[in-house]
Design a protein. Structure first.
Length: 218
């Protein structure tokens, strides 16, 4: 039986057989029987590579952090995870700069550290009571690479299209006229400050099933 460690764009954990392309960490979420007993333990929600410096781990080992898995980087960002500063150092630096720019921090000013970003992100991604933090926005105002709820299910905005999300990959584009997409107001699953980072130039890595690249800005 698969463990409950596959993450959807809402940040929820599921037991499915589909593999992921990134691994995540929110602390020790499982008990000795490998059952998930908490949704998070730490503010530091990160997304890591699957293999790093030959390190090997037993998944859901006792008293070790719970390994979580994401379809792709766009999914990890929607769930509220940022790139790991160790195993994904270059990506972390890129994200940090874009996140600061999206927050209006001018070039030359001190960049926020991991702790500052994590505190801010935690306020955005988790509401009081533990529910997913979301907000509404006009779809046409959102950058490519953001995940939204459209027609009651998560979709990726990518290549000028809305692609339905699943644990296995993205499906055929939503069958709606382009003007309907432009007018639509949607629930945004990607935290607002990460949307700002994407708008500032951080392009999320997406599963190969998304195929078409995002349209250039400008």
């Amino acid at each position: 039986m698969p463990l409950q460690n596959r993450v959807d764009p809402y940040g929820r954990l599921h037991a499915v057989a589909a593999r992921g392309s990134l691994m995540g960490n929110r602390g020790i979420l499982h008990d000795p029987e490998k059952r998930v007993v908490a949704n998070w333990r730490l503010r530091r929600w990160i997304a890591c590579v699957l293999a790093f410096r030959g390190r090997r781990r037993e998944v859901f080992a006792p008293r070790r952090y719970s390994e979580l898995f994401f379809l792709d980087e766009a999914t990890s960002l929607a769930a509220g995870h940022r790139p790991c500063a160790e195993c994904r150092r270059e990506r972390y630096v890129e994200f940090r700069r874009a996140w600061a720019a999206g927050r209006g921090i001018a070039a030359g000013e001190p960049l926020p550290g991991a702790d500052a970003m994590d505190r801010f992100l935690h306020e955005e991604r988790v509401r009081r009571g533990g529910e997913k933090g979301t907000y509404e926005e006009r779809l046409s105002a959102l950058p490519e690479g953001v995940l939204v709820e459209y027609r009651d299910r998560p979709h990726l905005k990518w290549g000028g299209r809305l692609l339905p999300w699943s644990f296995e990959g993205y499906g055929r584009p939503a069958d709606a006229p382009e003007d309907e997409h432009a007018r639509a107001r949607v629930v945004v699953l990607t935290p607002r400050s990460i949307v700002g980072a994407i708008r500032a130039g951080f392009v999320p890595q997406v599963h190969e099933s998304a195929s078409s690249p995002p349209r250039p800005r400008g």
